[in-house]
Design a protein around this ligand. Sequence first.
Ligand SMILES: Cc1ncc(C[n+]2csc(CCOP(=O)(O)OP(=O)(O)O)c2C)c(N)n1
Length: 314
Amino acid sequence: MADGLDAAREWLQAMLLIRRFEERAGAMYAKNKVGGFLHLAIGEEATIVGAVRAMRDDDYLISTYRSHGHAIARGTDPKRVMAELFGKATGVSGGRGGSMHMFDGERRFMGGYGIVGGNLPLAAGIALSSDYRETDEVTVCVFGDGAANQGTFGETLNLAALWKLPVVFMVTNNQFGMGTALERHTAQTDLHKRGEGFGVPGLRCDGMDVGDTYEVMSEAIERARTDRTPILVEAVTYRFAGHSMADPEEYREKDEVKEWREQHDPIKNFAAKLEDVDLDALDEEIGTRIDAAVEFAEESDFPTPESMQDHLYA
Ligand SMILES: Cc1ncc(C[n+]2csc(CCOP(=O)(O)OP(=O)(O)O)c2C)c(N)n1
Protein backbone atom coordinates (compact mmCIF):
# COMPACT_ATOMS: atom_id res chain seq x y z
CA MET A 1 0.00 0.00 0.00
CA ALA A 2 2.96 2.33 0.61
CA ASP A 3 3.48 2.63 -3.14
CA GLY A 4 -0.17 3.53 -3.69
CA LEU A 5 -0.04 6.10 -0.93
CA ASP A 6 3.13 7.65 -2.32
CA ALA A 7 1.50 7.91 -5.74
CA ALA A 8 -1.58 9.50 -4.20
CA ARG A 9 0.56 12.08 -2.39
CA GLU A 10 2.35 12.85 -5.64
CA TRP A 11 -1.01 13.36 -7.40
CA LEU A 12 -2.04 15.79 -4.67
CA GLN A 13 1.24 17.65 -5.00
CA ALA A 14 0.88 17.86 -8.78
CA MET A 15 -2.71 19.14 -8.55
CA LEU A 16 -1.72 21.79 -6.01
CA LEU A 17 1.27 22.87 -8.10
CA ILE A 18 -1.04 23.35 -11.10
CA ARG A 19 -3.62 25.26 -9.02
CA ARG A 20 -1.05 27.65 -7.56
CA PHE A 21 0.65 28.06 -10.92
CA GLU A 22 -2.67 29.00 -12.52
CA GLU A 23 -3.55 31.46 -9.78
CA ARG A 24 -0.18 33.18 -10.14
CA ALA A 25 -0.46 33.18 -13.92
CA GLY A 26 -3.80 34.99 -13.52
CA ALA A 27 -2.17 37.55 -11.21
CA MET A 28 0.67 38.08 -13.70
CA TYR A 29 -1.85 38.55 -16.51
CA ALA A 30 -3.62 41.23 -14.45
CA LYS A 31 -0.24 42.97 -14.10
CA ASN A 32 0.17 42.93 -17.88
CA LYS A 33 3.15 40.60 -17.75
CA VAL A 34 1.40 38.09 -20.03
CA GLY A 35 0.18 38.97 -23.52
CA GLY A 36 -2.64 37.47 -25.59
CA PHE A 37 -5.33 35.36 -23.98
CA LEU A 38 -5.08 33.35 -20.81
CA HIS A 39 -7.37 30.37 -20.13
CA LEU A 40 -7.10 28.85 -16.67
CA ALA A 41 -8.03 25.30 -15.71
CA ILE A 42 -8.76 25.95 -12.04
CA GLY A 43 -11.16 23.22 -10.88
CA GLU A 44 -10.04 20.79 -13.60
CA GLU A 45 -6.81 19.64 -11.94
CA ALA A 46 -8.01 16.08 -11.27
CA THR A 47 -8.82 15.53 -14.95
CA ILE A 48 -5.30 16.65 -15.87
CA VAL A 49 -3.32 14.74 -13.26
CA GLY A 50 -5.50 11.60 -13.38
CA ALA A 51 -5.11 11.37 -17.16
CA VAL A 52 -1.42 12.16 -17.37
CA ARG A 53 -0.47 9.79 -14.56
CA ALA A 54 -2.25 6.96 -16.42
CA MET A 55 0.08 7.50 -19.40
CA ARG A 56 3.50 6.03 -20.09
CA ASP A 57 6.46 8.33 -20.81
CA ASP A 58 6.48 7.22 -24.44
CA ASP A 59 2.78 7.96 -24.96
CA TYR A 60 1.78 11.24 -26.63
CA LEU A 61 -0.44 13.97 -25.23
CA ILE A 62 -2.09 16.76 -27.19
CA SER A 63 -4.30 19.37 -25.61
CA THR A 64 -6.05 22.70 -26.14
CA TYR A 65 -5.52 26.37 -25.31
CA ARG A 66 -6.12 25.44 -21.63
CA SER A 67 -2.88 23.55 -21.33
CA HIS A 68 -0.48 24.92 -18.68
CA GLY A 69 -1.46 22.08 -16.35
CA HIS A 70 -0.87 19.42 -18.99
CA ALA A 71 2.68 20.66 -19.56
CA ILE A 72 3.38 20.75 -15.82
CA ALA A 73 1.85 17.31 -15.20
CA ARG A 74 3.91 15.90 -18.05
CA GLY A 75 7.04 17.10 -16.26
CA THR A 76 7.90 20.43 -17.88
CA ASP A 77 9.58 22.74 -15.37
CA PRO A 78 7.04 25.38 -14.20
CA LYS A 79 9.81 27.95 -14.74
CA ARG A 80 9.73 27.23 -18.47
CA VAL A 81 5.92 27.30 -18.53
CA MET A 82 5.85 30.69 -16.76
CA ALA A 83 8.62 32.03 -19.04
CA GLU A 84 6.48 31.00 -22.03
CA LEU A 85 3.57 33.02 -20.66
CA PHE A 86 5.92 36.00 -20.37
CA GLY A 87 6.99 35.46 -24.01
CA LYS A 88 10.61 34.86 -23.01
CA ALA A 89 13.23 32.91 -24.97
CA THR A 90 13.63 30.46 -22.06
CA GLY A 91 9.97 29.48 -22.36
CA VAL A 92 9.03 25.94 -23.28
CA SER A 93 8.15 27.08 -26.84
CA GLY A 94 10.96 29.64 -26.98
CA GLY A 95 8.58 32.48 -26.16
CA ARG A 96 6.83 32.11 -29.50
CA GLY A 97 3.74 30.21 -28.46
CA GLY A 98 2.50 31.92 -25.32
CA SER A 99 -0.24 30.51 -23.14
CA MET A 100 -2.12 28.65 -25.87
CA HIS A 101 0.85 26.95 -27.51
CA MET A 102 2.92 25.19 -24.90
CA PHE A 103 4.98 22.47 -26.59
CA ASP A 104 7.49 20.05 -25.10
CA GLY A 105 8.51 17.45 -27.67
CA GLU A 106 11.01 15.88 -25.27
CA ARG A 107 8.12 14.88 -22.99
CA ARG A 108 5.90 14.00 -25.94
CA PHE A 109 3.58 16.84 -25.09
CA MET A 110 2.55 17.79 -28.62
CA GLY A 111 1.11 21.03 -27.57
CA GLY A 112 -1.60 23.25 -26.58
CA TYR A 113 -3.69 24.12 -29.60
CA GLY A 114 -5.68 27.33 -30.15
CA ILE A 115 -8.22 26.09 -32.68
CA VAL A 116 -11.22 24.42 -31.04
CA GLY A 117 -11.32 20.80 -32.24
CA GLY A 118 -8.18 21.31 -34.31
CA ASN A 119 -6.13 18.92 -32.21
CA LEU A 120 -8.34 15.88 -32.94
CA PRO A 121 -7.09 15.17 -36.48
CA LEU A 122 -3.53 15.85 -35.30
CA ALA A 123 -3.98 13.22 -32.59
CA ALA A 124 -5.09 10.70 -35.22
CA GLY A 125 -2.01 11.56 -37.26
CA ILE A 126 0.29 11.04 -34.30
CA ALA A 127 -1.36 7.67 -33.58
CA LEU A 128 -1.04 6.69 -37.24
CA SER A 129 2.67 7.41 -37.00
CA SER A 130 2.94 5.22 -33.87
CA ASP A 131 1.24 2.39 -35.75
CA TYR A 132 3.37 2.92 -38.83
CA ARG A 133 6.50 2.62 -36.71
CA GLU A 134 5.02 -0.57 -35.17
CA THR A 135 5.21 0.71 -31.60
CA ASP A 136 2.60 0.28 -28.88
CA GLU A 137 2.48 3.99 -28.01
CA VAL A 138 -0.92 5.56 -27.30
CA THR A 139 -2.00 9.14 -27.99
CA VAL A 140 -4.22 10.92 -25.48
CA CYS A 141 -6.17 13.79 -27.04
CA VAL A 142 -7.81 16.23 -24.64
CA PHE A 143 -10.57 18.62 -25.74
CA GLY A 144 -13.66 20.38 -24.37
CA ASP A 145 -17.38 19.69 -24.58
CA GLY A 146 -17.72 22.54 -27.09
CA ALA A 147 -15.08 20.94 -29.32
CA ALA A 148 -17.18 17.77 -29.51
CA ASN A 149 -19.56 19.76 -31.77
CA GLN A 150 -16.88 20.49 -34.35
CA GLY A 151 -16.86 18.60 -37.63
CA THR A 152 -13.36 17.39 -36.79
CA PHE A 153 -14.85 15.29 -33.98
CA GLY A 154 -16.98 13.11 -36.28
CA GLU A 155 -14.43 12.99 -39.07
CA THR A 156 -11.59 12.00 -36.77
CA LEU A 157 -13.54 9.41 -34.78
CA ASN A 158 -14.69 7.80 -38.02
CA LEU A 159 -11.17 7.46 -39.42
CA ALA A 160 -9.66 6.48 -36.08
CA ALA A 161 -12.19 3.64 -35.75
CA LEU A 162 -11.78 2.59 -39.38
CA TRP A 163 -7.98 2.55 -39.20
CA LYS A 164 -7.90 1.15 -35.64
CA LEU A 165 -5.78 3.95 -34.28
CA PRO A 166 -4.60 3.82 -30.66
CA VAL A 167 -6.07 7.11 -29.47
CA VAL A 168 -7.90 7.95 -26.27
CA PHE A 169 -10.18 10.91 -26.98
CA MET A 170 -10.73 12.58 -23.63
CA VAL A 171 -13.54 15.09 -23.55
CA THR A 172 -13.14 17.35 -20.56
CA ASN A 173 -16.77 18.16 -19.94
CA ASN A 174 -16.52 21.31 -17.83
CA GLN A 175 -20.16 21.96 -18.69
CA PHE A 176 -19.61 25.10 -20.75
CA GLY A 177 -18.44 25.84 -24.25
CA MET A 178 -17.22 29.37 -23.60
CA GLY A 179 -20.45 31.00 -22.22
CA THR A 180 -22.89 28.34 -23.47
CA ALA A 181 -24.04 25.63 -21.08
CA LEU A 182 -23.77 22.01 -22.24
CA GLU A 183 -27.54 21.44 -22.52
CA ARG A 184 -27.85 24.53 -24.72
CA HIS A 185 -25.18 23.44 -27.21
CA THR A 186 -25.64 19.70 -27.55
CA ALA A 187 -28.65 17.37 -27.77
CA GLN A 188 -26.82 14.30 -26.43
CA THR A 189 -25.38 15.51 -23.13
CA ASP A 190 -23.95 12.07 -22.25
CA LEU A 191 -20.85 12.92 -24.22
CA HIS A 192 -19.20 9.51 -23.82
CA LYS A 193 -22.04 8.07 -25.93
CA ARG A 194 -21.31 10.32 -28.86
CA GLY A 195 -18.73 7.98 -30.38
CA GLU A 196 -21.06 4.95 -30.55
CA GLY A 197 -22.31 5.72 -34.05
CA PHE A 198 -18.72 5.77 -35.27
CA GLY A 199 -17.82 2.50 -33.59
CA VAL A 200 -15.92 4.22 -30.78
CA PRO A 201 -16.89 2.92 -27.33
CA GLY A 202 -17.19 5.34 -24.45
CA LEU A 203 -16.41 5.48 -20.75
CA ARG A 204 -17.20 8.15 -18.21
CA CYS A 205 -15.34 9.23 -15.08
CA ASP A 206 -15.79 11.70 -12.27
CA GLY A 207 -13.38 14.41 -13.35
CA MET A 208 -13.44 15.91 -9.86
CA ASP A 209 -11.87 12.72 -8.49
CA VAL A 210 -8.27 12.13 -9.48
CA GLY A 211 -8.44 8.46 -8.45
CA ASP A 212 -11.50 7.73 -10.58
CA THR A 213 -10.04 9.64 -13.53
CA TYR A 214 -6.81 7.66 -13.20
CA GLU A 215 -8.66 4.32 -13.07
CA VAL A 216 -10.87 5.00 -16.07
CA MET A 217 -8.08 6.55 -18.13
CA SER A 218 -5.79 3.61 -17.28
CA GLU A 219 -8.43 1.19 -18.56
CA ALA A 220 -8.98 3.25 -21.73
CA ILE A 221 -5.25 3.59 -22.44
CA GLU A 222 -4.67 -0.11 -21.88
CA ARG A 223 -7.53 -1.03 -24.23
CA ALA A 224 -6.22 1.36 -26.90
CA ARG A 225 -2.73 -0.09 -26.46
CA THR A 226 -3.63 -3.74 -26.68
CA ASP A 227 -6.76 -3.75 -28.85
CA ARG A 228 -5.52 -0.94 -31.15
CA THR A 229 -8.88 0.81 -31.04
CA PRO A 230 -9.88 4.36 -30.22
CA ILE A 231 -11.94 5.06 -27.08
CA LEU A 232 -13.83 8.14 -25.95
CA VAL A 233 -13.61 9.06 -22.27
CA GLU A 234 -15.81 11.76 -20.78
CA ALA A 235 -14.48 13.40 -17.62
CA VAL A 236 -17.21 15.39 -15.92
CA THR A 237 -15.74 18.43 -14.22
CA TYR A 238 -16.39 22.13 -13.67
CA ARG A 239 -14.41 25.22 -14.56
CA PHE A 240 -14.14 27.36 -11.41
CA ALA A 241 -12.69 30.37 -13.25
CA GLY A 242 -14.08 32.20 -16.29
CA HIS A 243 -13.55 30.94 -19.82
CA SER A 244 -10.57 33.29 -20.12
CA MET A 245 -9.38 36.27 -18.14
CA ALA A 246 -11.68 38.44 -20.30
CA ASP A 247 -14.89 36.62 -19.28
CA PRO A 248 -17.48 38.63 -17.26
CA GLU A 249 -19.26 35.30 -16.48
CA GLU A 250 -22.80 36.51 -17.06
CA TYR A 251 -24.00 33.07 -18.13
CA ARG A 252 -23.94 31.41 -14.72
CA GLU A 253 -24.93 32.24 -11.17
CA LYS A 254 -22.22 33.15 -8.68
CA ASP A 255 -23.82 30.79 -6.15
CA GLU A 256 -23.40 27.86 -8.55
CA VAL A 257 -19.67 28.52 -8.81
CA LYS A 258 -19.44 28.97 -5.05
CA GLU A 259 -21.16 25.64 -4.46
CA TRP A 260 -18.83 23.79 -6.84
CA ARG A 261 -15.79 25.44 -5.25
CA GLU A 262 -16.93 24.58 -1.74
CA GLN A 263 -18.39 21.11 -2.28
CA HIS A 264 -16.43 19.62 -5.15
CA ASP A 265 -12.90 21.01 -4.95
CA PRO A 266 -10.78 18.13 -6.33
CA ILE A 267 -7.76 19.14 -4.25
CA LYS A 268 -9.44 19.76 -0.91
CA ASN A 269 -11.55 16.61 -1.21
CA PHE A 270 -8.63 14.41 -2.22
CA ALA A 271 -6.39 15.79 0.55
CA ALA A 272 -9.11 14.96 3.08
CA LYS A 273 -8.93 11.29 2.03
CA LEU A 274 -5.18 10.99 2.62
CA GLU A 275 -3.52 10.37 5.93
CA ASP A 276 -0.67 12.50 7.24
CA VAL A 277 -0.94 15.25 4.68
CA ASP A 278 0.19 18.65 5.84
CA LEU A 279 -1.45 20.76 3.16
CA ASP A 280 -0.07 24.02 4.57
CA ALA A 281 3.52 22.77 4.45
CA LEU A 282 2.99 21.48 0.93
CA ASP A 283 1.50 24.80 -0.06
CA GLU A 284 4.47 26.70 1.32
CA GLU A 285 6.91 24.52 -0.58
CA ILE A 286 4.91 24.98 -3.79
CA GLY A 287 4.68 28.73 -3.19
CA THR A 288 8.50 28.90 -3.19
CA ARG A 289 8.60 27.03 -6.52
CA ILE A 290 6.08 29.40 -8.06
CA ASP A 291 8.03 32.43 -6.77
CA ALA A 292 11.15 31.00 -8.42
CA ALA A 293 9.23 30.45 -11.68
CA VAL A 294 8.09 34.09 -11.75
CA GLU A 295 11.60 35.32 -10.94
CA PHE A 296 13.03 33.17 -13.72
CA ALA A 297 10.45 34.48 -16.19
CA GLU A 298 11.07 38.10 -15.17
CA GLU A 299 14.82 37.79 -15.48
CA SER A 300 14.87 35.90 -18.78
CA ASP A 301 15.36 37.73 -22.08
CA PHE A 302 12.86 38.11 -24.88
CA PRO A 303 13.80 36.34 -28.13
CA THR A 304 16.12 38.56 -30.18
CA PRO A 305 14.92 40.20 -33.41
CA GLU A 306 17.70 38.26 -35.21
CA SER A 307 16.01 34.99 -34.25
CA MET A 308 12.73 36.03 -35.88
CA GLN A 309 13.01 33.53 -38.72
CA ASP A 310 14.21 30.59 -36.62
CA HIS A 311 11.92 27.55 -36.57
CA LEU A 312 10.10 28.68 -39.71
CA TYR A 313 9.54 26.23 -42.55
CA ALA A 314 8.71 27.58 -45.97
C1 LIG B 1 -12.46 26.90 -34.64
C2 LIG B 1 -12.63 27.84 -33.49
N1 LIG B 1 -13.82 28.44 -33.30
C3 LIG B 1 -14.00 29.29 -32.26
C4 LIG B 1 -12.95 29.56 -31.39
C5 LIG B 1 -13.19 30.47 -30.22
N2 LIG B 1 -13.31 29.68 -28.98
C6 LIG B 1 -12.26 29.55 -28.16
S1 LIG B 1 -12.63 28.57 -26.89
C7 LIG B 1 -14.19 28.28 -27.38
C8 LIG B 1 -15.12 27.39 -26.59
C9 LIG B 1 -14.65 25.98 -26.49
O1 LIG B 1 -15.24 25.31 -25.44
P1 LIG B 1 -14.83 23.85 -25.04
O2 LIG B 1 -14.42 23.07 -26.24
O3 LIG B 1 -15.94 23.29 -24.23
O4 LIG B 1 -13.50 23.99 -24.17
P2 LIG B 1 -13.28 24.65 -22.75
O5 LIG B 1 -12.98 26.09 -23.03
O6 LIG B 1 -14.52 24.44 -22.00
O7 LIG B 1 -12.10 24.00 -22.13
C10 LIG B 1 -14.43 28.97 -28.56
C11 LIG B 1 -15.73 28.95 -29.27
C12 LIG B 1 -11.72 28.93 -31.63
N3 LIG B 1 -10.67 29.10 -30.82
N4 LIG B 1 -11.58 28.05 -32.67
